[in-house]
Design a protein around this ligand. Structure first.
Ligand code: NIG
Ligand code: FE
Length: 423
């Protein structure tokens, strides 16, 4: 039996406790902040939350962890990343600044295509070597659950290679990793530039869903649904096949232009619709009346230099559930910093601090169908905790770009090396 631990002396515990599903609208306005409380964990689960004086006799012999006046939160959930890739695409940043758009770069065979050429030439071992330090950096900001998509392989073999890498990473790192198959990230150049290639691509993707589901190497299927990439009809075909095969659904939707992506996500019962900077009024209505989480990625719009942003305030006021994520990828959002997305959520998307906190915990978990497992500090939940060196919990989004995480635990096990000094 594992020895219990008691987390004591936190200046605040942000529990995010509440319903075990996506928090919608007003439900996001309470982050469940407790003062003068501690947390007991045992066998990888949260056992109790309450006054440390009461916890001590209940968990006799427990190791005590001194939080030194810091703030304890649920382990953060980064519910949208593309963290397995080859080299950086730093040259595209300047190109965009000179006026060449993201879609134009893709048309010229760069963008995602450039990362595809790169990843296809790398071995599983190469990709693991590249991904490990990147993920360690990402979790050093406080994430204990991370979703990772494939999507830089595009052919069946390279997509399966990427998913195998994601599977290996989840054994090498002490965090929870959720794999998503994004075979429909782009039309590969070998099919795009050939008559009949497009139809062939869709047919192959539909067939691949069965292999992915059968091997149990991804929990979700995702498609980049955007004018110029996959249309609504094509996305529906691919994702309907994925659903039929037993995969849960996500969708890159309405990122740059409105095309009905949010509505399609709701129609398919997707766990999340992601991006949504160009969502329509109908899209907002559809999401607000559904359990599909709207995952917003404000770092992407910042890095692409767009003035347009997802209408988070309007969506929350309409009753939608919002998550925030990094979209960590080499093209549009090369940041591992999830608290920075909270900063953008508040300062750019007009969310409250509590809403931003729920968006990277309980709602991030809901976007991964994990709302009963993580994202809350409440008895029975996985012992996923992050400790931040801040005096007021709202400072997590305030000291922007700063790394304040001084320890994190996933399933009760330490997973952030700086924790070493914390006993
Ligand atoms: O979520 N929008 C599509 N996919 C990624 C970007 C991929 C890339 O440019 O490498 C995104 O932003
Ligand atoms: Fe993405």
């Amino acid at each position: 039996m594992s020895v219990a631990k008691i987390f004591a002396n936190a200046s605040a515990i942000v529990t995010c406790a509440g319903p075990q599903r996506g928090r919608r609208g007003m439900e996001m306005s309470d982050a469940g902040v407790l003062k003068n409380a501690g947390v007991a964990i045992e066998s990888g689960r949260i056992a109790a939350v309450g006054d440390v004086k009461d916890l001590r006799p209940r968990f006799a012999g427990a190791t005590e962890i001194d939080c030194r006046g810091g703030v304890l939160t649920p382990g953060l959930v980064d519910s949208h990343t593309h963290a397995v890739f080859g080299k950086s695409r730093a040259e595209e940043q300047e190109l965009r600044a000179s006026g060449v758009g993201y879609m134009e770069i893709a048309k010229r065979g760069g963008g995602i295509h450039s990362s595809v050429r790169d990843l296809r030439a790398l071995s599983e071992a190469d990709l693991i070597k590249l991904a490990l330090p990147r993920l360690r950096r990402l979790l050093s900001y406080g994430a204990t659950t991370v979703e990772i998509k494939s999507g830089y392989g595009l052919d069946a073999e390279s997509e399966l290679k990427t998913l195998a890498v994601i599977g290996r990473l989840s054994k090498l790192l002490p965090i929870r990793i959720v794999a998503t198959w994004l075979g429909g990230h782009e039309i590969p150049l070998e099919q795009r530039d050939r008559p009949g290639g497009r139809a062939e691509c869709i047919a192959k993707l539909k067939a691949d869903t069965a292999a992915v589901a059968k091997q149990g190497i991804a929990r979700f299927a995702d498609v980049f649904c955007e004018p110029g990439v996959f249309s609504i009809e094509e996305s529906r075909e691919i994702l309907a096949a994925a659903k039929e095969a037993g995969l849960a659904i996500k969708l890159h939707a309405d990122e740059l232009e409105p095309s009905g992506g949010a509505e399609l996500a709701v129609e398919l019962g997707a766990a999340s619709a992601d991006h949504l900077a160009a969502i329509s009024a109908e899209g907002i209505r559809a999401l607000a009346g559904s359990n599909t989480v709207a995952t917003l990625l404000p770092g992407t719009m910042l890095f692409l230099g767009k003035n347009k942003n997802a209408p988070a305030r309007e969506m929350i006021d309409a009753g939608a559930a919002i998550a925030l994520a990094t979209d960590y990828n080499p093209g549009t959002s090369p940041t591992p910093n999830l608290p920075l997305m909270m900063t953008l959520g508040i300062s750019v998307l007009h969310m409250t601090a509590a809403e931003a906190m729920i968006a990277v915990t309980a709602n991030g978990a809901a976007a991964l169908n994990l709302a009963t497992e993580t994202g809350q500090i409440a008895p029975g939940f996985s012992a996923d905790l992050s400790l931040f060196d801040i005096a007021d919990w709202r400072e997590l989004a305030y000291w922007y770009g700063d790394r304040r995480c001084v320890g994190s635990w996933c399933r009760g096990e330490p997973c952030h090396p700086m924790e070493a000094g914390l006993s």
